[in-house]
Design a protein around this ligand. Structure first.
Ligand code: AMP
Length: 542
């Protein structure tokens, strides 16, 4: 027997309707790409998104068409995002940091029909447009006054394109499983793969993000999503914030410590989210200027392991609660958060920080388990590690236009991460499966060694890779970047690590480099490091 409740499809445009109706006065503030701060209300956002939908429909964009965006987090990007999805077209957010060849591959694979693009990326468009035959028009997210002469016929200023259309438009209505958004993963090998989110998965994921142990946004919050909209849905924030009626503060192209601080302060930001490198920049700025963070009460840090020192500094010196998050593009992306729960609330000092360095517990609507190489589930004892598998309604079942089967027979998706889970459900990532270091048959967690090493005074960034060893198979090499002006040496780092990590995890050598290679989403490019150090000989082997 079926229940007798309304068949009300979960469509993302209903989020904006709700926000405009109930929190229409709340602001959306943007550091514009042109420079000045721009502000309007969620009611304006709703109206302008409807106008985008109407303008897209007038262009002949219809259900299932792909519309690309190459843009920073701004008001206009949010309008383009909702306007596209609201007519059942698919908003394809592109990562501008990808290599040109990857952007060519992705756009042709997706067959995008239009592109919304920020002024910053016009040179990229000018260089690559003739390799993107499916794109008919480039809509530059600016006004006529700021649009430079590109010499291209199919380029129009967003405000000119929008001007003829009012907001007298009704969103399309369709099945909630209709595709809403497309985001390609920037894998380290092979071509990028498209993750295709549905309206249903995005709405459920937005609700999930607003659970108290995740972002827990309310209408009292002022939220600054620093994580880009092209990085897995800005971690749900462009849905979760309007759902809650939180104020949205969009950073535009200003990702440096000073620009971020200015918004945190002037817009009284209470919650924010970004990858560790962004917080590193902010912390450096705060330390140089002696400024404080009186309004900010919590930040979600994820996308890469959050160093212990960062949690300690933000919590102890600045009074900001750190929520360490883990996830991946295929998971929309939220998978877990290291939030305190009733059973861990008694933890103080180091024990509390230790817990927070774990990637944490799943929110409702994510299931996870760890299995060994034979697929057998490992006990939740905080030490038995293996492959981390996940399942849930906002997790990929396949890649866009790919035949490859990515789920096992019970519907589990292998994240490619190696982890263990403890008795209370706290998961800790020890490595990517491709990055594990196997020494004498035992695994060394490169992530844990890296995180400990960045706590050493003078160290800015750390990477650990395995180097072939005749006796042990592999031994760890620690590669470090010094903080500007620091004089830290190998002996200082080894002395610092001594006693903080298992003795047999101690790196066999430490080398210093000017910078470490990163992927387009800010992750360490270990493959490149392994190639660079392929012929490296560890000292005791020499
Ligand atoms: P992406 O899809 O580009 O966001 O990458 C997802 C991958 O980033 C995960 O599978 C992890 O390997 C890594 N990752 C994300 N968050 C964390 C975290 N908090 N700690 C360690 N690794 C992380």
């Amino acid at each position: 027997m079926l229940g007798l409740m309304q068949d009300y499809p979960l469509l993302v445009q209903t989020v904006l309707d709700h926000a405009a109706r109930n929190h229409g006065e709340r602001e959306l503030v943007t550091r514009s790409v042109e420079g000045p701060i721009r502000r309007y209300t969620l009611s304006d956002l709703h109206s302008r998104s409807l106008r985008v939908a109407k303008a897209l429909a007038a262009e002949g964009i219809a259900l299932g068409d792909r519309v690309a965006t190459l843009a920073w987090n701004t008001d206009r990007h949010v309008e383009a995002w909702y306007g596209t999805m609201g007519i059942g077209a698919i908003c394809h957010t592109l990562n501008p940091r990808l290599f040109a060849e990857q952007l060519v591959y992705i756009i042709n694979h997706a067959e995008d029909r239009l592109m919304f693009v920020d002024l910053t990326f016009l040179p990229l468009v000018q260089a690559l447009a003739d390799k993107w035959p499916t794109i008919d028009k480039y809509i530059v997210l600016t006004d006529n006054k700021h649009l430079p002469d590109t010499g291209m016929k199919n380029v129009v200023a967003y405000e000119d394109w929008l001007a003829p259309h009012d907001d007298d438009f009704t969103w399309a209505r369709f099945d909630e499983n209709t595709a809403a958004a497309l985001c390609y993963t920037s894998g380290t090998t092979g071509n990028p793969k498209g993750v295709l989110y549905s309206h249903r998965s995005n709405v459920l994921h937005g609700l999930m993000a607003n659970q108290p142990d995740v972002f827990g946004l309310t209408s009292h919050d002022s939220m600054l999503p620093i994580v880009p909209m092209f990085h897995a849905n800005a971690w749900a924030l462009t849905y979760a914030a309007p759902m809650a009626g939180a104020k949205l503060v969009m950073p535009g192209a200003g990702m440096d410590g000073a620009s971020i601080y200015e918004l945190l302060d002037s817009e009284k930001v209470t919650a924010s989210a970004a990858v560790p490198t962004v917080w590193l920049g902010l912390l450096q700025y705060l330390q140089e200027t002696g400024k404080k963070l009186p309004y900010l009460n919590r930040v979600v840090i994820g996308g890469a392991a959050c160093p212990r020192m960062m949690i300690e500094t933000l919590e102890n010196d600045y009074g900001v609660e750190v929520i360490h998050g883990w996830g991946m593009t295929e998971m929309s992306p939220i998978g877990s958060t290291g939030s305190i729960k009733h059973a861990t609330a008694h933890l103080k000092g180091d024990a509390r920080i230790d817990l927070k360095t774990k990637q944490g517990r799943t929110p409702y609507l994510v299931e996870m388990k760890v299995v060994n190489d034979d697929g057998q589930e490992q006990p939740r004892d905080g030490k038995s590690f293996g492959h981390l598998l996940v399942r849930g309604p906002a997790i990929s079942s396949a890649y866009y236009r790919h035949d490859e089967n990515i789920l096992d027979k019970d519907g589990w998706f292998d994240t490619g991460d190696i982890a263990h889970i403890d008795e209370l459900g706290y998961m800790q990532i020890t490595d990517r499966d491709k990055d594990v270091i196997k020494s004498g048959g035992e695994w060394i967690s490169s992530i844990e060694v890296e995180n400990t090493a960045v706590g050493c005074p003078g160290v800015a960034e750390a990477a650990v890779i395995g180097i072939a060893h005749p006796k042990w198979g592999e031994r760890p090499l620690l590669i470090l970047v010094r903080q500007p002006g620091a004089e830290v040496e190998k002996a200082d780092v080894l002395a610092y690590l001594d006693g903080k990590i298992a003795h047999w995890w101690m790196p066999d050598d430490v080398v210093f480099v000017e910078e470490l290679p990163h992927t387009a989403t800010g992750k360490l490019q270990k493959m490149e490091l392994r190639e660079k150090f392929a012929d490296y000989t560890l000292p005791e082997q020499g």
